[in-house]
Ligand binder design. Sequence first.
Ligand SMILES: NC(=O)CC[C@H](N)C(=O)O
Length: 352
Amino acid sequence: MSAYIALADGRVVEGRSRAPGTGRGELVFTTAYTGYEESLTDPSYAEQALTFSYPLIGNYGVREERFESDSVQPRVAVAHEFTDDVADWLEREGIPAIDAVDTRDLVTSIREQGAMRCGVAAGPDATPEQAKAQLEQCVEMSEHTDIGAQVSVDEPQVYEGNGLTVALLDCGAKQSIVDSLTARDAEVHVLPYDSTPEEVAAVEPDLVFVSNGPGDPANFEAAGEVVDEFAGELPIAGICLGQQVVARSLGGETEKMEFGHRGLNQPVRDLETDRVIMTTQNHGYSVADPGELAVTQVNVNDGTAEGLEGVGIDVITRQYHPEANPGPHDSLDFFDDVLEMAENHAPAVASD
Ligand SMILES: NC(=O)CC[C@H](N)C(=O)O
């Protein structure tokens, strides 16, 4: 069965349909060699077409306990070869999947021209024209202004715990972030991405935590207002989109990267200890100006900001994914550090 990927550069790439349908999104690639279940369920991939550069995807099956959310998040999946397990899963989820593609060539195009819009058509009756029609409807990432609503909870959800209370602004949070906090006894209130400062204050948090999420951080204004309201008063943490939202709110700026960082072996140097750790990443924007915050960690490959900290205020953020899933566990201590910051933040814990 045939499949077509129409690229914004005018090319149409032919492959084999492994799950039928049409779709569109920003074509990006990940170099992750494991963790396809986690990547395919990571809400940060919403509105994207995900290409795996690793040639065989699916060789250890599909197990729900490894999912980061309850559905497949990219709009399209592309690989050199998908196993039947993964192809069947994507078909059940209605996500077009295409393999038998020269992914080395596709990745080279993305590296040279940047992440680009694409449209796909896959299945017995698929035609290049259908793929091109999808491409025509495909908008730039920053134009998905309602993307938060697609991935956030509608109503607050509470994970009970005996420790500190965390208000987690769910901009498309991975389950592992919640799990990393509850594993450290925190009571986690997962709040809608557009919660007001009053709604956040109502849970009496010891820590405000802005999650990862898809698309342009400029489209998460409400989360920025929460940060603006509480910075200096309550400790603040952020991961990935969370770092970007926090930086923007505190006088910084973000910019779109050429093709982003997506993989499991991005080296990050801590400027204080000079130690290098391997990190999991999945982002297409970066913090170009940290505003009031100090850059404490940088990417060894391109020098982009990987960690930010407050100067005189309790803020710690990371551009990479300390929760891993998939990927290395080098930076799990981030969760200990932010909870310690919250524990030591003098006015946060009421003494009746
Ligand atoms: N994983 C994330 O949180 C991604 C953040 C943002 N959507 C980006 O692409 O940069």
